[in-house]
Design a protein. Structure first.
Length: 672
């Protein structure tokens, strides 16, 4: 719980909340970072809706200072999340205006290395403990450091955030508030001077909400710039924010100190009722519950160019300037709307609300209390006022990133029940079932057709198990990938290479187990060379099918992928050479057979089984397929080459892996 402290020699009505955990703890081991002040002017964001364009943000301006906790508020659809995404650099398309960092034009690449974006949903890996998740973040974000130094950083961050007792807990077992704190802790290892939070209290109870905002307050008092969107905080939470930025209909209706909000609204003729939550009142005003005051508020605050601060006189509201600005804004920016229409709309509103607000807005108690709080709060991080120097893109080299992510991915696979144990059980179960169904038919000439069915089913089973499990699991990684890649944990190349390689050992083991069971139970040729060829064909088919799953998983959602992937595989099955021989396929459709990886896998196993001068099969009476060459001739494979099949599978494998990477890169770009 927070402690309310009465400041000495001040009014007894003035109380300051000192947040509990971490406020008196110094994060001394974190890397030093410069303080960052953020400002933006005339920001406009347009989205396309069919042939029309919709203006979401309408030339808003504002400034956010380091050492302050800033809340972005507004009714639903006002543009809160859009503004936050633009400030973070998450949205860049359709944006006009200027964003300044320490009074200079923002270099987006450098800015993203100094900032962290904690999204609304806690995107965490469920199969890691808190300690393991922190260790991965520290290695990726800090880079070359002694192991003891990393442990010191992790320990003091977890201690400050109240997670030290949960360091051995799996992230899936944490409460909502603990997950939120862990999300912050993961980004805090690199000590970003500016942090963004999208609805940090979403889904939390009142106690957890207070703990979360208390933590953000602590981080801000350490010199960081903390910005978060919040829907409608309680009065208790609202008092903890230093700055408020309120949007309505894509325009700024208030910017400044939370303590001056009620006084400012009163100067504009909008009296907040006694014992009414100021946060609720400004939202109600923005929604029009007390009449249409949006234009009045926008003009009074000059769409964010005015900043209502403690101890500063309220700015004058100039009616004519507001009208001219509206006309100029429409003329230069709107495009779809005419300047005349907007100016008329603004003029009508201004005529109805002809006023001039002027007041000093000064409150000595608040001013002095604020100074005492700053003295009471220790600096909780190494933040300097030095000029921002060029930061490296990532904390580690891509090769080091690859090994860190690979180790993490192998740990995921080992702990994932579906990826590991259920898949192993499926390969064992189906292997023994198929072995029993086709028991000892491999060397009998009278059962060649059944044996060909066995060869085809191998391809079918390996294809669907490898492809489906990837389609189901890979899209679940996407939210975490979006967050970590955006926050500069690692490059996409490093991540993709690690993910590509991480599952290969397990897929190889499962495939070897399955093939060994069915090969010997069905009495295929007991020759090491033929077994190796058979196994190689099956392995490559499973790897290619896994690549198909990566392409589908990267390009579409789980629901669409689970349906479309099997449908897309039907042509590959039809033209595999099992249902219709190559010569029987119409000439204008034969080209599809060259794209079918199932055809190359089936042909490879058939050649391994019946090719290379295999002796005649057992036959008690007349058997048409006694000579293995006859089987290959019936399949139009007598002139086929095993090496060509292997090279084709390898070529398709690399093509699909590159395609999956490009789809993934496109998806990351389209989500920003």
């Amino acid at each position: 719980m927070a402690t309310e402290v009465l400041l000495k020699n001040k009014s007894p009505d003035v109380k300051v909340q000192i947040v509990p955990s971490g406020i008196n703890k110094k994060l001394t081991h974190l890397p030093e970072r410069p303080k960052v002040d953020l400002a933006f002017s005339d920001l406009q964001y347009v989205v396309k809706q069919g042939k029309k364009q919709k203006l979401i943000l309408k030339n808003v301006s504002g400034q956010i200072r380091s050492g302050e906790l800033c809340a972005i508020m507004g009714p639903s659809g006002a543009g809160k999340s859009t503004l936050l995404n633009i400030l973070t650099g998450y949205k860049t398309e359709g944006v006009k205006g200027h964003v300044l960092m320490n009074e200079r034009d923002r270099d987006l690449s450098q800015f993203r290395k100094l900032s962290a974006y904690i999204m609304q949903d806690n995107q965490l890996h469920a199969n890691l403990t808190v300690d393991e998740a922190m260790a991965v973040a520290a290695k990726l974000k800090i880079g070359q450091s002694k192991l003891q130094d990393l442990q010191d950083i992790i320990t003091e961050i977890l201690d400050t955030l109240g997670l030290l007792d949960h360091r051995k807990t799996m992230t899936s077992g944490l409460s909502g508030g603990q997950k939120k704190r862990l999300s912050i802790a993961l980004e805090l290892v690199s000590n970003p001077p500016i942090m963004f939070f999208d609805e940090p209290t979403s889904g939390l109870d009142s106690s957890s909400c207070f703990q979360c905002i208390s933590l953000l307050k602590t981080l801000a008092k350490g010199g960081r710039t903390i910005i978060c969107t919040i829907h409608q905080p309680s009065a208790r939470l609202f008092e903890m924010f230093d700055q408020l930025y309120t949007l309505a209909e894509g325009q700024c209706v208030y910017q400044g100190s939370t303590r001056q909000l009620v006084t400012w609204l009163g100067h504009l003729g909008l009296q907040c009722p006694s014992y009414h939550n100021p946060a609720s009142y400004i939202i109600e005003v923005a929604c029009g519950e007390y009449g249409d005051h949006t234009r009045k508020l926008v003009c009074a605050i000059e769409n964010g160019k005015n900043d209502i601060r403690d101890g500063k006189p309220f700015p004058e509201v100039k009616i004519n300037d507001g009208l001219n600005n509206a006309y100029q804004y429409a003329k230069e920016q709107m495009g779809a709307l005419t300047a005349k229409d907007l100016a008329k709309e603004s003029g009508d509103a201004l005529k109805d609300n002809n006023y001039k607000a002027n007041g000093n807005g000064k409150n000595e108690n608040f001013e002095d209390a604020s100074k005492d709080v700053e003295k009471a709060n220790v600096n909780s991080a190494l933040l300097s006022n030095s000029v921002i120097v060029k930061q490296p893109r990532y904390g580690n080299t891509e090769l080091q990133q690859f090994f860190i992510i690979l180790k993490r991915a192998l740990l995921f696979s080992r702990r994932d029940w579906t990826l590991m144990y259920l898949r192993l059980f499926a390969h064992l179960l189906v292997g023994f079932l198929i072995g029993a169904l086709y028991f000892k038919i491999g060397n009998e000439a009278s059962k060649v057709l059944s044996n060909l069915g066995f060869l085809f089913f191998n391809m079918l089973f390996l294809m669907y198990t490898s492809m489906t499990i990837t389609i189901l699991s890979f899209p679940l990684e996407m939210p975490v990938l979006l967050k970590e890649n955006f926050n500069r944990w690692y490059s996409l190349r490093s991540y993709y290479m690690a993910i590509t390689i991480s599952d290969m050992p397990f897929q190889t083991i499962f495939c070897v187990i399955y093939v060994t069971i069915v090969y010997f139970m069905t009495d295929q040729p007991l020759e090491a060379e033929r077994f190796g060829m058979f196994l190689l064909s099956c392995l490559l088919v499973s790897f290619v099918a896994q690549s198909v799953g990566l392409v589908v998983g990267a390009a579409m959602s789980v629901q669409n992928g689970v349906f479309l992937a099997p449908v897309m595989s039907v042509p590959f099955l039809l033209f595999s050479g099992f249902f219709v021989s190559f010569d029987a396929i119409p000439i204008y459709l034969r080209w599809i057979t060259y794209l079918s990886y199932i055809r190359y896998g089936f042909e490879g196993t058939a050649l391994a089984t019946y090719g290379f001068d295999r002796p005649k099969l057992k036959c008690f009476n007349y058997c048409h397929f006694k000579d293995p060459k006859t089987t290959l001739e019936e399949l139009d494979m007598d002139k086929s080459s095993f090496m060509v099949d292997i090279l084709a599978l390898v070529g398709i494998f690399f093509f699909l892996r590159v395609a999956a990477y490009l789809f993934l890169k496109w998806k990351l770009k389209s989500n920003h």
